[in-house]
Ligand binder design. Structure first.
Ligand SMILES: CC(C)(COP(=O)(O)OP(=O)(O)OC[C@H]1O[C@@H](n2cnc3c(N)ncnc32)[C@H](O)[C@@H]1OP(=O)(O)O)[C@@H](O)C(=O)NCCC(=O)NCCS
Length: 176
């Protein structure tokens, strides 16, 4: 399996994987619903970030010539601190879950973000992201989302504090 940057011809497969994988979310955890704009799908968010040139990472996992996983990252702010890398969406083809594809995408993303960002942040299931070093921080949040689902991995010694401000492409109503 190869983790690489997206190329134009990956875009339909990325849309399909993100759409298919996210259909599983309501059964796994409803947490993202707390922050998601119902009018914008995760696949739309990727397209909107791409259209605004806001994807700082757009990684695909390729296996046997097929795209089987995808991870996006965009710039974010936490409180007044710029230069955080926001990971998401992360999606793996459902038929390929549990093979380490998500972990490989996460490892590459964290490695790359370390070079350019203060830290990485995301909204997701702490039972999954804890294994990559992410954790919740007192005072770190996104709107009404339960705080345990808002997680960060600071690359310096400073704990993140404040609202995790997503790129406008996410369509969230956030106080800047
Ligand atoms: C979450 C996701 C990206 C993980 O991808 P993956 O390639 O299956 O993950 P890996 O193979 O690297 O890791 C699998 C491990 O993670 C665990 N895991 C996966 N999702 C989990 C979750 N929501 N909570 C807790 N553990 C989870 C599996 O049980 C497995 O555990 P094990 O290593 O102890 O056997 C994939 O399940 C997916 O696309 N899910 C639907 C979309 C989604 O939830 N995206 C994340 C948005 S927050």
């Amino acid at each position: 399996m190869l983790i690489r940057n997206e190329i134009d011809s990956d875009i339909p497969a990325i849309r399909a994987i993100v759409t298919e994988a996210m259909l599983m979310l309501p059964q796994t955890s409803g947490t993202e619903a707390n922050i998601t704009n119902p009018d914008i799908t995760d696949a739309d968010i990727v397209d909107r970030l791409r259209a605004e040139d806001a994807l700082i990472l757009s990684l695909v996992a390729e296996d046997g010539g097929d795209v089987v996983g995808y991870l996006a990252a965009s710039m974010a702010r936490i409180g007044v601190e710029c230069d955080w890398g926001l990971i998401g969406p992360l999606a793996v083809l459902p038929s390929r879950h549990g093979e380490g594809i998500g972990s490989a995408l996460m490892a590459e993303a964290v490695l790359r973000l370390r070079a350019t960002c203060k830290g990485a942040a995301l909204v997701g299931d702490p039972r999954y992201y804890g294994r990559f070093g992410f954790s919740a921080f007192s005072g770190l949040g996104v709107g009404d989302c339960p705080p345990e689902f808002v997680q960060a991995l600071p690359f310096d010694a400073v704990d993140p504090q404040g609202e995790l401000i997503h790129h406008p492409a996410f369509g969230l109503k956030q106080q800047g």
